[in-house]
Unconditional design. Structure first.
Length: 215
């Protein structure tokens, strides 16, 4: 009975982890090979705040025969936003910078290339929030929830997943060893080692998966 409950709970947990992993991947900055990895609309110190979007939600194409390396579009508040971007050339002293232009609602808006985190460069920042109000930016932050969570949330998610994974591994391995290993000390030691390995792998994998969201 206990084993069946553990199998059911473990299966549901694995499905939940898979869904969370796919969602985190889709919301993470990237792909790295693209000209921009994400977009920031607004300013941290502005009244409306800032809303982040992953490049993975943008429709980007290579700009052949034009001065821009890529043209990216996405619908914002019912209107198309177009961003033209290119990274600095190989000989430029700032290899983490670039240039960009933004067009929205029939107007051109200021655009700059900057880093979101110390190790996450090439974000297109639109410091003037495209004429959008706070409610509209709040709507974007809700729609693209993972990109706009505080950094501490991702560490908490990783820690929680690590603990749950380790506990499940401890219980599952203990139940499996119960009918196979007669020595109690050996069962406890083996189950503990299994839980430790699973916990370390879960923590390392979680840190790697969420590395694009924090410094």
């Amino acid at each position: 009975m206990v084993r069946k409950v553990l199998e059911l709970f473990g299966g549901c947990y694995l499905i939940l982890l898979s869904v969370l992993g796919i969602s985190l991947h889709n919301a993470s900055p990237g792909p790295v090979a693209q000209e921009i990895l994400g977009v920031g609309i607004g300013r941290h110190d502005g009244i409306e705040g800032i809303a982040y979007l992953s490049r993975r939600y943008l429709n980007c194409s290579q700009s052949e025969g034009q001065s821009w390396a890529a043209i990216c579009t996405i619908e914002i508040a019912g209107r198309p936003l177009e961003i033209r971007a290119q990274r600095n050339p190989p000989m430029h002293p700032n290899q983490l910078g670039g240039d960009c232009e933004a067009f929205y609602a029939g107007k051109q808006w200021p655009c700059r290339i900057d880093s979101r985190h110390l190790h996450m460069a090439w974000f297109a920042y639109l410091d003037e929030p495209l004429g959008l109000g706070k409610d509209q930016l709040d709507g974007l932050r809700q729609k693209y929830l993972l990109e706009n969570l505080p950094e501490s949330s991702f560490f908490n998610i990783v820690c929680l997943a690590t603990i749950v994974s380790a506990v499940l591994a401890l219980l599952a391995s203990g139940a499996w060893l119960g009918s196979r290993v007669s020595n109690k000390f050996s069962r406890i030691l083996t189950a503990t080692l299994c839980a430790t390995v699973v916990g370390l792998v879960s923590f390392g994998g979680g840190i790697l998966l969420t590395s694009g969201f924090w410094d």
